[in-house]
Design a protein around this ligand. Structure first.
Ligand SMILES: [Zn+2]
Length: 229
């Protein structure tokens, strides 16, 4: 897991992640927000600043109980949801939240994504869960989100959007992209009678294979000059 500091480089990484969300058609305007944990709290995108206007100095540093360092912009209205993830899941270093189109369609229909494609296992389980509805920015939404993430690195938020977590911003962003792909695929299968779901045993095999794949990635990193083609 990556340890972020409140410095220019980390702040720029948050800006780049929010811009990238837009480039990947996962976010429009000011609805998405991104954060990274630091030793004293977290860095988070401010509320109401469009990605194209966002600069590193606009990123807000705050404590996990909501105290904002002096002279900064107002943090995202979803800061509580981000802060509670870092408190509840200390292995997580980054959170990405967006209203990507297909994930939001499913969230509005209150449908979680079942084991209809083996890649749902990338979120760590047998599907992508749905967090119950609560008003945006509320403590209740934060609690519903954390409950949905108890066995998962990603969830849909009812009548709202999606949220992913990761060991760094890159992995949380990658997972947000995957959730949107899976949501698109599930939406498509629903229009032709619904998917044939994978059995639990089949998903167990996938989850086991993902663990060994992860170990291989680490081993490859350890071998000098050895890169994935
Ligand atoms: Zn939102």
């Amino acid at each position: 897991m990556k340890q972020y500091r409140d410095d220019q480089q980390s702040r720029q990484a948050l800006v780049d992640t929010l811009v990238e969300l837009g480039n990947k058609n996962l976010n429009k305007g000011t609805s998405g927000n991104v954060s990274a944990s630091t030793c004293k709290g977290m860095l988070i995108t401010p509320t109401g600043v469009a990605p194209e206007l966002l600069r590193a100095e606009h990123i807000v540093h705050m404590s996990l109980d909501g105290r904002v360092d002096k002279g900064q912009l107002t943090p995202s209205s979803e800061w509580q949801m981000h802060a509670d993830v870092y408190r509840g899941k200390p292995e997580v270093s980054a959170v990405v939240h967006c209203h990507s189109p297909y994930a939001t369609i499913l969230a509005c229909a209150r449908k979680e994504i079942p084991a209809m494609h083996y890649m749902v296992a990338a979120a760590g389980g047998y599907g992508i869960p749905l967090a119950g509805y609560a008003t945006f920015g509320s403590k209740a939404l934060s609690a519903a989100n954390l409950e949905a993430l108890s066995d998962s690195l990603a969830c849909l938020l009812a009548n709202h959007g999606q949220l992913t977590v990761g060991v760094d911003l890159e992995s949380a962003l990658k997972l947000a992209e995957l959730v949107e792909e899976q949501a698109h695929c599930y939406w498509g299968t629903l229009s032709i009678g619904g998917p044939v779901l994978l059995e639990k045993e089949e998903m167990d095999e996938v989850l086991a294979a993902f663990v060994s794949y992860g170990q291989q990635e680490k081993r490859v990193d350890l071998v000098p000059g050895n890169k994935f083609d």
